[in-house]
Design a protein around this ligand. Structure first.
Ligand SMILES: [Zn+2]
Length: 333
């Protein structure tokens, strides 16, 4: 009998104290960054106003600034940036990344970006994010117009008002078509450390169409392009000796390479020779200089094809975003 009383007392004490242990244990853990910072909330009230948020965009094709509801504008961005045939979770990841990118642009907007003619964003994909009107999208989709539009609207609606944050602030949610097998550190491509834009493995990108590409130039064509940028470059008899000191990033991109004794950034070479990415090798093959290139785009942040493959393997859009953007949270604002 005594023993029973003792057990009951011990149980009672345990039941009473366990919640205190749990609370005090978790209370001391670092808080997950699931909340928007006070600073952001204050600034967003001024910059974004009340929901539904409005956005001004400079529509390049029409050469005018137009105002849209942000969520409607996003349908045009997602439709222009990602194939509608991609799985729903990839489209949702794209919608949240695009929304975050645009919001961070609005927050930074001082109305002084000359390309924007007073708007916060523009529709030039090389400058901001691509965008197409519903009419343009449907014309391009043909028979599939109704189905595709519904799919994209659903992806935007399902993630309404959701953005990606790091330390409670919206991130610069950059993305591109496919990596060269690993994504790039922002610092290696643009300079400047960004804690959430770190190199991660993205090997499944190799299954994307045209993952490998080549670009060939005759010796004369090649020399002409280089000499235009670097008149001091010296080309000897043996083309194999034109190239030296290639330095690669963690993501596998060419950070720098010497050509004819002159150092170039890999990203600069990409632009000069219109390569699909700066993840390349270059060497003479027969009577040509041949670039062998992997992936498509700058390689920093989210890989769109990688997102497709992750979605195909059962990952959610949150999994995908957290995979490509290190240490972030997705929050509803
Ligand atoms: Zn722009």
């Amino acid at each position: 009998m005594k023993r029973t009383v003792m057990y009951i007392t011990v149980y009672a004490l345990l039941i009473f104290f366990i919640p205190f242990f749990v609370v005090s244990f978790y209370g001391n853990m670092p808080k997950p960054q699931t909340e928007l910072s006070k600073n952001y909330i204050k600034q967003s009230e001024t910059k974004l106003g009340k929901k539904p948020y409005k956005i001004k965009s400079y529509i390049v094709s029409a050469d005018e600034v137009r105002e849209y509801e942000l969520e409607d504008y996003l349908v045009g961005v997602v439709g222009a940036e990602m194939p509608a045939s991609f799985p729903d979770e990839a489209l949702k990841a794209q919608a949240v990344a695009a929304r975050t990118f645009i919001i961070s642009r609005i927050m930074a907007d001082k109305g002084d970006v000359s390309e924007h003619k007073g708007a916060a964003v523009c529709t030039n994909p090389a400058h901001c994010k691509a965008w197409k009107s519903t009419e343009e999208l449907c014309a391009a989709w043909g028979d599939k117009a109704e189905e595709n539009l519904k799919k994209i609207k659903t992806a935007v609606k399902a993630t309404e008002n959701e953005i990606i944050v790091y330390n409670g602030e919206p991130i610069t949610a950059v993305y591109y078509s496919m990596s060269g097998g690993k994504t790039e550190n922002a610092a290696d491509v643009w300079g400047g450390e960004v804690p959430y834009l770190k190199s991660v493995a993205s090997g499944f990108d190799e299954n994307a169409p045209n993952f490998n590409s080549e670009a060939s130039f005759t010796f004369d064509e090649f020399k002409e392009i280089i000499l235009k940028e670097a008149p001091d470059a010296v080309f000897g008899e043996n083309p194999a000796e034109w190239f030296s000191d290639a330095a690669l990033s963690e993501g596998g991109g060419v950070m720098s390479i010497k050509i004819g004794g002159v150092e170039f950034k890999g990203t600069k070479i990409r632009t000069m020779f219109s390569l699909r990415s700066h993840n390349f090798t270059v060497a003479p093959v027969g009577d040509k200089i041949v670039f062998k290139v992997k992936g498509y785009g700058h390689g920093v942040g989210l890989s769109q094809w990688g997102s497709k493959f992750l979605a195909d393997s059962g990952k959610s859009y949150i999994d995908i975003l957290k995979y490509y953007y290190t240490g972030v949270e997705v929050v509803k604002q």
